[in-house]
Design a protein around this ligand. Structure first.
Ligand SMILES: Cc1cc2nc3c(=O)[nH]c(=O)nc-3n(C[C@H](O)[C@H](O)[C@H](O)COP(=O)(O)OP(=O)(O)OC[C@H]3O[C@@H](n4cnc5c(N)ncnc54)[C@H](O)[C@@H]3O)c2cc1C
Length: 459
């Protein structure tokens, strides 16, 4: 195609004919499905994003194909919304203004492992990345519970971290993501390598300020992880055990998830083992640490009720990781459609007391689910994905206000604008990055408020 001939009247629907070498999806029902993610966890987002769909989906497999699509969109000013596999929670890959959905799940080659560093194209699934890294004795430092289907680019563009964040913090911690290769959205797209702190300006920006083609990430040595569950009668003991284990330097772990009663009874593998008064701590542990962790659980009045080796986990194809993070919410929603959730960041060193106080105030209506981790700065902490018996939007907002009044940060999962969620103090350098990589403002328009207000100021 000679794209210099494109008329400004070209629409998204014309692109499949103009660039026939690319795989296009035009069937309305499939396009609508590929316009959605897991925003339906939130009754508010479900309402606010209803009917928002792209016009066509492009599924490129090479940089040449991506470049042809981007050039055509830039010339005809067609919005472009990047999608990995659409496991995001906030309508991040749902276009607000139609246009092309750029599905990068087919752009998924593994590049290399060198020492403790790996590199791959952004559409690679995280599970697939580890399949390539393990023969080198390495694995990803963090696995979201969606690791089977989520992409590396999607985790970078819209995610936080996951199992492993207890050792390495979130993706955003310096040293985790080393570099990104980015394509600009212009009539003649450029490709640029961005390294270090500058690369992080594209993190968690919902694909609004550049198309990430490849990521280079630091890895960790592979461990044959076992999976265990400790059961407790007392909320406080389970909480204190989880907090103490997080900090125990000699006990090697990848995941500690605290599920207050009755949440364990919603999780399929745990259902037969728990009654609705018992609390669970789900753990992914190095085999040599199991004995020490079991002793520690006993000291807090708990006991192990589930213990699987890495081989057992692999042969059963069932991992506890898929019962942690937002998979807990997913399983609970299968039992009761009236659940929704909030996301909260506690204060390191005060987190145990904050959790106890909030359980006292809201227990029963808000079910405590905590993920223990290290913060970006390295402090031991926990972050909450509390389940809520949803009644009204007003009450949901009241609950979040009560959390804030206890000094707990709310990363509101019921909003779709970047600055309304986790990035409420958006670094102005993020907008500068958008000026550099998306000067026409075509990437996921409407999601970055600071860009929209900049446009208003300059028009
Ligand atoms: C049940 C469930 C459990 C979850 N558990 C976790 C968890 O443990 N930890 C966690 O962090 N998150 C979690 N999430 C959120 C989500 O799964 C992760 O963020 C995931 O990594 C997103 O990957 P994806 O490929 O599905 O991205 P998508 O949802 O397709 O995209 C996410 C965002 O990134 C942008 N994007 C995608 N690819 C690129 C690219 N190449 N360049 C630029 N921008 C891009 C998109 O435009 C979009 O805004 C969970 C979600 C669900 C539904």
């Amino acid at each position: 195609m000679n794209s210099t001939l494109l008329e400004p009247t070209v629409t998204a629907h014309d692109l499949p004919n103009l660039i026939p070498s690319v795989e296009w999806i035009t069937d309305t029902a499939r396009v609508a499905r590929l316009s959605q993610d897991f925003a339906w966890f939130s009754p508010i987002l479900k309402r606010d994003l209803a009917g928002k769909v792209g016009e066509v989906v492009a599924r490129p497999r090479s940089e040449v194909e991506i470049s042809a699509i981007v050039a055509a969109c830039a010339k005809a000013k067609i919005p472009l919304t990047i999608r990995g596999t659409g496991t995001g929670n906030y309508g991040q890959s749902t276009p607000l203004f139609g246009g092309v959905i750029l599905d990068l799940s087919g752009f998924n080659a593994f590049c290399w492992v060198r020492g403790q560093v790996g590199r791959a194209q952004s559409g690679i699934r995280l599970s697939e990345f580890d399949v390539h890294a393990r023969p080198h004795g390495m694995e990803l430092r963090w696995l979201p519970s969606t690791f089977r289907s989520a992409t590396l680019g999607g985790l970078f563009g819209g995610g936080f971290g996951g199992a492993g964040s207890i050792n390495y913090g979130p993706l955003a911690a310096p040293g985790n993501v080393l570099a990104v290769r980015v394509m600009t959205v212009e009539p003649e797209p450029q490709i640029v390598e961005v390294r270090g702190a500058e690369a992080m300006l594209l993190h968690h920006t919902y694909g609004t300020n550049g198309i990430v083609l490849e990521l280079e990430v630091a890895l960790s040595p592979c461990v044959p992880w076992s999976e265990c569950v400790a059961q407790f009668e007392s909320f406080d003991n389970a909480l204190e055990f989880a907090s103490k284990l997080t900090k125990a330097p000699g006990l090697i772990k990848k995941e500690i998830s605290f599920l207050a009663a009755p949440i364990p009874t919603y999780m399929a593998p745990l259902m037969p083992l728990f009654n609705d008064k018992q609390h669970a701590v789900l753990m992914v542990l190095a085999p040599q640490s199991i004995e020490g962790v079991e002793e520690m659980a006993k000291a807090f009045g708990g006991g192990f009720c589930y213990n699987k080796t890495a081989e057992e986990v692999q042969s059963s194809n069932r991992t506890l990781v898929e019962y942690t993070w937002n998979h807990t919410t997913l399983h609970a929603l299968k039992i009761d459609k009236n659940f929704t959730y909030i996301q909260s960041g506690f204060t390191p060193s005060k987190h145990v007391e904050q959790v106890k106080a909030l359980e006292k105030e809201l227990g029963g209506e808000v079910l405590m689910h905590l993920e223990f981790l290290r913060t970006k700065e390295g402090d031991f902490n926990c972050s909450g994905l509390q389940l809520i018996h949803y009644t009204t939007e007003e009450r949901l907002n009241e609950i979040m206000a009560i959390y804030r009044s206890h000094g707990v940060q709310i990363n509101n999962p019921h909003v779709y604008i970047v600055e309304d969620g986790k990035q409420n103090n958006l670094d102005p350098a993020v907008v500068k990055m958008k000026e550099r990589f998306d000067p026409l403002g075509l990437l996921n328009p409407g999601k970055l408020r600071s860009w929209a207000s900049r446009e208003q100021r300059t028009s």
